[in-house]
Ligand binder design. Structure first.
Ligand code: SF4
Length: 251
């Protein structure tokens, strides 16, 4: 007995075949049924996966690519208020790496770290130990874009910018890192300890000796601490001498 067309449609629908069955009179007007087996959706990449991929990509970059990447970076909110990024400056094979916090107004305008009043003090400090900006010294910051109102960078801003500093350190391979101020010390050493408790002794950043001292901008406001900064510089010089002596003894 022929099956009633209405009942046939009902049965096909119950069997899950309804989308495949197309009445003959609509065969040429209806869209072709999609018989392809749907692929299972790939699991969505988590924010952590994406962050790890970004870091891994940055840690493979050479100088030109790294500079270009920083220039166009919008990974954190600080990009919105910058005039330009402030990548870092100096000898790309320097023994000394100085790390500050972030660009201020003058740095943001000129695209170079430590160019204001604090920068002049830093240059004087370097000159006092026989160093000069760009001659065996590289200067970089924790964040490459100016925080509004010169506030301290937020932890997530510093975290987004961290791979850039990491790769700068890897490419420079300095003998000694000097962290200038609390933000640099906290981010490089992953500690909340005060400068007072961190200065005066040697730390290590991924196997590279690291010393902590005051940020020049802080010293401008707290003149008595300049004497302590001088002690820190003397310790840094002694450390560098020992590191160089150790290297030449080993070779
Ligand atoms: Fe990118 Fe660093 Fe600037 Fe944030 S501060 S936008 S992470 S370059």
């Amino acid at each position: 007995m022929p099956i009633d067309p209405g009942r046939r449609a009902l049965i096909l629908r119950e069997l899950g075949l309804a989308p495949i069955w197309v009445p003959r009179d609509r065969l040429h007007s209806a869209p072709a049924p999609d018989l392809a087996v749907a692929e299972a959706p790939a699991p969505a990449a988590t924010a952590q996966d994406l962050a790890e991929d970004r870091t891994a990509r940055i840690l493979r970059m050479e100088w030109p690519e790294l500079k270009q990447e920083v220039k166009g970076c919008t990974a954190c909110g600080l990009h919105a208020g910058r005039t330009q990024t402030v990548f870092g400056v100096g000898d790309e094979q320097a023994d000394w790496l100085l790390v500050g916090e972030g660009p201020g107004a003058e740095e943001d305008a000129r695209g170079e770290p430590f160019v204001g009043q604090a920068g002049r003090l830093l240059d004087n400090m370097l000159a006092a130990i026989g160093l000069a900006r760009g001659r065996d010294v590289y200067i970089a910051n924790v964040v490459k874009c100016r925080p509004p109102g010169n506030r301290v960078p937020e932890p997530q801003e510093a975290a987004q910018c961290e791979p850039f500093l990491l790769q700068q350190i890897r490419l420079i391979a300095p003998r000694l890192i000097v962290a200038l101020g609390k933000t640099a010390a906290s981010n490089l050493l992953h500690t909340d300890a005060s400068i007072g408790s961190l200065r005066g002794r040697l730390h290590s950043f991924q196997g590279i000796p690291l010393l902590v001292t005051y940020h020049p901008a802080y010293l401008l406001r707290n003149l008595p601490d300049k004497a302590k900064a001088w002690e820190d510089l003397c310790l840094a010089c002694d450390t560098m001498k020992r590191l160089k002596a150790g290297d030449s003894a080993a070779s």
